[in-house]
Design a binder for this molecule. Structure first.
Ligand SMILES: NC(=O)c1ccc[n+]([C@@H]2O[C@H](COP(=O)([O-])OP(=O)(O)OC[C@H]3O[C@@H](n4cnc5c(N)ncnc54)[C@H](OP(=O)(O)O)[C@@H]3O)[C@@H](O)[C@H]2O)c1
Length: 349
């Protein structure tokens, strides 16, 4: 669609960057409730069987276990896959620390290459800007990895609109992982990335709150060691109230909550790819059904449009009261989820 002929695996015959990638954070087995590695591998292999080749991971996820898991599905046809990983934050006990100096990024990149048993990554991103290191220095390190052939593309994550405009002003088509969904409507960041970035939406289901499982009831549905206890959305009364109403509306209209939320996201301007993180095969199947529905329904944007789905066609497909509810988001959502300077799961929490 929009940004053609870029961000493809080396051996891809496709002409377009796909809009649906799969994220592996929750598959690593830490902090997202019960975990079964065989189930995670089934999810990944089924995704590959359905022609999904773009997978996102990070050294930070489950202390490297998400990368090690992903390695297990990389077959001899490595060049058929597009592996995106990230560096710049690390665990220190139960705390999260920024580590995005050139030396730190280099060490983290080599660790990722080791775990993934590969000699290159398709995409390596600054996971978060490090307050102690100018973003330009972190980016210079990523560019040097690219020159050395260690990575094919470089990208960024979690930059504010201002940071995007200042640090990427001379760049084009830089992948940016942005947190965006109906309870975290940071339109400014997407707009700032309009001409500079490929906006890749992460945590589209707000880590499960906008799905249909146990975690969708908020903190009461999470175990004590669940990482999502740190996400303020899971305990915020306004968000939970809004989410209950969303449940009522999708039930009333017999619609899939996941499809409705993803459809809304994909129809927002300047959304170029979406990266959900399924933990179970049923969840992956929901995503595959959504993908098929999108491809068959004729909802895709035409030509030069700036979103994945046509706003007008999508709006006509979703009942008005539901559409309005999604557009509005929770009351006081800026104070709930941040003002664009941070996301709900900021590493500084
Ligand atoms: N750059 C960054 O800073 C950053 C930050 C966050 C994420 N990411 C990337 O984005 C990916 C996705 O984000 P995320 O895992 O935080 O959140 P997400 O995709 O919004 O939510 C994933 C959770 O939603 C629930 N779920 C219910 N139905 C689902 C379905 N059909 N498909 C997928 N999930 C469903 C599952 O939890 P339950 O089983 O508990 O219901 C699952 O663990 C990550 O894997 C990672 O690659 C990047």
């Amino acid at each position: 669609m929009l940004k053609d002929k870029i961000l493809l695996p080396l051996d891809s015959s496709s002409a377009y960057t796909p809009w649906l990638w799969i994220g592996t954070w929750s598959m690593g087995g830490e902090g997202f409730g019960s975990h079964d590695e065989r189930e995670s591998l089934r999810v990944l292999r089924t995704a590959v069987d359905h022609n999904i080749r773009h997978f996102d991971t990070a050294g930070f996820y489950a202390h490297g276990k998400s990368e090690s898991l992903l390695q297990k599905i990389l077959r001899s046809d490595r060049r058929d896959f597009f592996i995106s990983s990230k560096g710049g934050i690390v665990w220190s006990g139960r705390e999260v620390r920024h580590r995005a100096s050139p030396e730190d990024l280099k060490r983290q990149l080599y660790e990722s290459l080791d775990r993934l048993k590969t000699d290159y990554l398709d995409l390596y991103q600054l996971h978060w800007p490090d307050p102690e290191v100018p973003i330009s220095e972190s980016i210079a390190a990523l560019k040097s990895f690219q020159r050395q052939g260690l990575i094919r593309y470089w990208g960024v994550g979690n930059l504010t609109a201002l940071q995007l405009k200042t640090t990427l002003r001379t760049e084009r088509n830089i992948p940016h992982q942005a947190h965006f969904n109906p309870v975290h409507q940071d339109h400014d960041v997407l707009l700032a990335g309009q001409d500079l970035c490929i906006n890749c939406i992460v945590s589209p289901l707000e880590q499960g709150l906008l799905g249909g499982g146990k975690s969708s009831s908020g903190m009461s549905g999470l175990g004590k060691r669940d990482l999502r206890n740190r996400n303020p959305c899971f305990s915020n009364p306004e968000v939970l109230k809004w989410n209950c109403r969303l449940n009522e509306l999708v039930n009333k209209h017999s619609l899939s909550k996941v499809s409705v939320v993803l459809m809304w996201i994909c129809s927002r301007p300047n959304v170029h790819a979406v990266i959900p993180g399924p933990r179970e095969i049923g969840q992956l199947n929901e995503l595959l059904e959504f993908k098929t529905e999108v491809e068959r329904s004729g909802l895709a944007s035409a030509g030069e449009d700036v979103s994945i789905l046509s706003d007008e066609k999508t709006m006509n497909k979703i009942p008005d009261e539901l559409w309005q509810h999604l557009n509005k988001g929770p009351e006081n959502s800026q104070s709930v989820t941040g003002n664009g300077s941070t996301t709900s799961f900021s590493p500084t929490l």
